[in-house]
Design a protein around this ligand. Structure first.
Ligand code: SF4
Length: 398
């Protein structure tokens, strides 16, 4: 027995940034978006995304007869705001129009960077139906921002936040990074204090992970960069979560906190292992076909992406059919990322077997190690389990 389609989330990757940050391994290309010529690139990109959506929906219609209900749109990147209000509004408008059924409470999020928002753009986004803005702040500290290679200052982040509020957005998320080079306990608290003083509805707080291939990785290998070790990182993370919880934020996922009712609806799709369609270079999709989730990854190359679409082809690089065992494991470990955890009844109605039947002895072992806790509300990570989450996740892998 497998869960039926409860709707679908749409992710649109915008692969442009003004400059690459030194820690970033997301696919994006550096562009001077203030140059007049970029408007043509932005418009071509919006056209390519519309073509890709059309091709995907045609494929899905052939597959399942009717299209699922659209429940969220998330424009991420890269830096979506460099695309400009017109191209973003066009993408959103075409996405909404392409689905015959759209959720009444459609959540439309746009990620924004402080250096590329202005009042006109925000008004255009609001008119286009954007109802959530996720602002990439990372830190307010000038030295840390320089080390990260961010293009904005702390003051620009504060100004951008005020502009977003001024444009009427009542659902704003701030992205902060933890465990940064040079981020002392005092500087971390100062970042948290400034974030909380703005009173966003949502805060994402991710520990820095130094990814291979990034300038940070090279600096680390060369001994020119110092980052916290595992124990220090765990302490930093715990301190940040405690601070935000005391400020009234509800800790609902390992790295995400929100005012009640302001959890990200789009990201819940990933943690509940539900269906999403990803457009743009390097985007991923997870769609149910003949009872199985099928994952597709797009090419991570803007030129190739545009070329494929101009010849009427989907820009897919790889396809993976997720078998039942893997889907069950993913549902366990993605679900455990949520602080509410997993409801055993939901697992059973999705897969037709209980968690104990599928993973005999595993819950007992993890409970005895103090990593999870189970009661009538669900199975959840303990405080220790959050810090050792990878150990828990591995226990469910086939
Ligand atoms: S702005 Fe975001 S996507 Fe762009 S380089 Fe920096 S971290 Fe990466």
């Amino acid at each position: 027995m497998v869960e039926c389609c409860t709707g679908i989330g749409l992710y649109i990757h915008v692969p442009f940034c003004f400059r690459k940050c030194r820690y970033c391994d997301f696919y994006s290309v550096a562009v001077d978006y203030r140059d007049r010529g970029f408007a043509g690139t932005a418009s071509d990109y919006a056209g390519a995304v519309a073509r890709e959506l059309g091709l995907y929906l045609e494929m899905m219609r052939g597959e399942r007869g009717e299209l699922p209900r659209l429940t969220s749109i998330y424009l991420g990147g890269g830096t979506p705001t460099v695309l400009g209000g017109e191209a973003l509004a066009r993408i959103i408008g075409e996405a909404r129009a392409a689905f015959p059924t759209v959720d009444e409470k459609l959540e439309v999020t746009v990620e924004a960077n402080p250096d590329s928002v202005d009042t006109d753009l925000l008004r255009q986004l609001s008119r286009a139906g954007v109802n959530r803005v996720s602002l990439g702040v990372q830190s307010f500290n000038p030295q840390i921002l320089r080390t990260l290679g961010r293009v904005h200052t702390g003051e620009q982040a504060l100004d951008a936040y005020r502009m977003i509020r001024g444009a009427g957005f009542d659902n704003v998320s701030l992205d902060l990074m933890l465990g940064l080079p040079g981020q002392t306990r005092e500087l971390l608290e100062e970042d948290l204090r400034q974030a909380v003083a703005l009173s966003p509805e949502h805060v994402s707080a991710y520990l820095l992970k130094v990814e291979p291939g990034t300038p940070f990785h090279r600096d680390l290998e060369a001994g020119e960069l110092t980052v916290p070790d595992e124990d220090q990182a765990a302490e930093i993370y715990s301190r940040a979560v405690k601070y935000l919880k005391e400020a009234g934020y509800h800790h609902y996922e390992i790295s995400n906190l929100a005012r009640t009712g302001r959890e990200s609806r789009h990201n819940l799709i990933y943690w509940e292992n539900r269906e999403y369609l990803g457009l743009g270079p390097a985007a991923h999709s997870s769609l149910r076909e003949e009872g199985r989730l099928v994952r597709r990854a797009n090419v991570s190359d803007l030129g190739e992406y545009l070329r494929r679409l101009s010849s009427g082809e989907l820009p897919i690089e790889s396809v993976e059919r997720v078998d039942r065992e893997l889907e069950m494991a993913e549902t366990m470990f993605l679900g455990l990322r949520r602080m509410a955890g997993i409801r055993p009844g939901e697992f059973e109605s999705r897969f037709g077997q209980t968690i104990e039947e599928v993973y005999p002895g595993v819950l007992e072992r993890l409970t005895a190690s103090g990593l999870i806790i189970g009661d009538e509300a669900g199975i959840r990570l303990t405080g220790r389990g959050i810090l050792l989450a990878n150990e828990v996740f591995i226990a469910f892998l086939p």
